[in-house]
Ligand binder design. Structure first.
Ligand code: 7TS
Length: 418
């Protein structure tokens, strides 16, 4: 692949143009303008291989898993379990039994919080989170804290949106029951030094959960290298379907934890007196799972692997550098989140123009960005803003889209005469 000469590090635009062909939704025009989809942190678009895999499942295979003795059910079970092995390889998890299919990151974190609440948390226990967590890595912990008498503690960050590692060390105490941190911040783009955080926590025997919702589509994740106890992500943020996600958990935790939900498939034997649970990971997959979702997720991970996560990361990083440069040149624009290690997410405020006005204006230009607090209100509080505008990039975004974003923002400035 020859690099794009205009923007250093960017892939040959023909390669990206080919990738774009894989995403049917990107062909449309919005208000007569080509769609520039820059809200990938909220959800990513789906390649045809994912759409077709899901359609093929419902057209040719649909049946329930782990119960049928007939052809279709066996085939569905095989595909569902193959999807689990694909996730295992994608994360480099030691065993497929450590991959639990859930609805998404939110459910994965709720599962761990609930189970830890029942096994380890007690009056005075501390749950250590960071200041840049998504609400889904705050509220589940507040719920179990309420039930158990545990308390939340917060790792502070600096004005660039980088965690204060010195403070982190002090916050790790004999009361700390769990560290739960985001790998890549959805509102700042910060890539946290997760392996280092894990190392320090483990030195004190403290388990670590990593919220990988914004990481898996953008950088190589190796749970053995990170050595985290739990890793959570959502299928829909890595080009897969909604309603499917993954909790990776070290086997010892899955063995130790009680079930999260009860129902079919998670049992070995039930009487009214006593129930014997199924082995892991099935102990945590009560009821009919999202079979099509899991198989669609496999197709998405296969797609990402075929392109190469490192190739994708290089492209997105070049886009980030280029977009940062272009946006910084707009008068009155302030980027929120300037960490040294960043993924391709740019949050910004533009003078005192309300982000909702910016979002609506950009929409008319065919540009989709997210505006709001991004489910990270503590981050907004820290920076003293009620909301930001956020452009977040994926493999199919181009420098032309960045140019359109910059030009539209320039128009916003002129329109509001700031
Ligand atoms: N954690 C992070 C870091 C996230 O960015 C999100 C979703 C979640 C958890 C929750 O994921 P879910 O799939 O279970 O909903 N973030 C966003 C966002 O930035 N805009 O919309 C959703």
């Amino acid at each position: 692949m020859t690099p794009n000469t205009a923007v250093p590090g960017l892939l040959d635009q023909e390669v990206v143009a080919q990738w774009r062909e894989d995403f049917p939704i990107l062909r449309q025009t919005i208000y007569g303008k080509p769609l520039a989809y820059l809200d990938n942190a909220a959800t990513t678009q789906k390649p045809r291989s994912v759409i077709e895999t899901v359609a093929r499942f419902y057209t040719e295979i649909n049946s329930n898993v782990h119960r049928g003795v007939y052809y279709l059910s066996e085939r569905a079970t095989e595909l569902y379990e193959e999807a689990r092995r694909t996730v295992q390889r994608f994360l480099n998890a030691p065993s497929a039994a450590e991959i639990v299919f859930v609805r998404g990151t939110t459910e994965a974190i709720n599962l761990v919080a609930h189970c830890l609440g029942r096994t380890r948390l007690r009056e005075g226990s501390e749950i250590l989170l960071s200041q840049m967590e998504h609400h889904s890595n705050i509220v589940p912990w507040q719920l179990v804290a309420e039930q158990t008498g545990a308390h939340l503690r917060v790792i502070p960050m600096n004005e660039h949106g980088e965690l204060d590692l010195e403070q982190y060390e002090h916050l790790l105490t004999e009361r700390t029951a769990i560290v739960a941190v985001v790998h890549v911040s959805n509102s700042l783009g910060t890539i946290n030094p997760v392996a280092e955080l894990v190392r320090q926590a483990h030195a004190r025997g403290i388990p670590v959960l990593v919220d990988g919702a914004q990481a898996v589509a953008h950088l190589r994740v190796d749970v053995q290298e990170l050595d985290c106890d739990f890793y959570a992500f959502s299928g829909h943020k890595v080009y897969g379907p909604t309603g499917i996600g993954v909790l990776y958990a070290k086997r010892r935790w899955l063995e130790e934890f009680p079930p999260y939900q009860g129902g079919g498939d998670m049992i070995r034997q039930v009487t009214f007196e006593r129930t014997l649970y199924n082995e892991v990971p099935y102990k945590f997959e009560a009821g009919t799972p999202n079979i099509a979702g899991a198989i669609g997720l496999k197709a998405a991970l296969d797609y990402v692997s075929a392109l190469g996560i490192d190739t994708i990361a290089t492209h997105e990083h070049a886009l980030l550098r280029y977009a940062t440069e272009r946006l910084q040149a707009i008068p009155g624009l302030r980027i929120i989140g300037t960490a040294r290690q960043k993924a391709a997410i740019i949050s910004f405020v533009l003078s005192d123009i309300h982000p909702h006005d910016i979002g609506t204006f950009l929409d008319r230009e065919g540009i989709a960005i997210r505006v709001g607090h991004h489910c990270t209100q503590p981050v907004m509080d820290f920076f003293g803003v009620p909301a930001t505008s956020r452009a977040s990039f994926a493999l199919y975004n181009t420098p032309e889209e960045v140019d359109r974003l910059a030009a539209a923002l320039q128009k916003v400035v002129e329109f509001f005469r700031v």
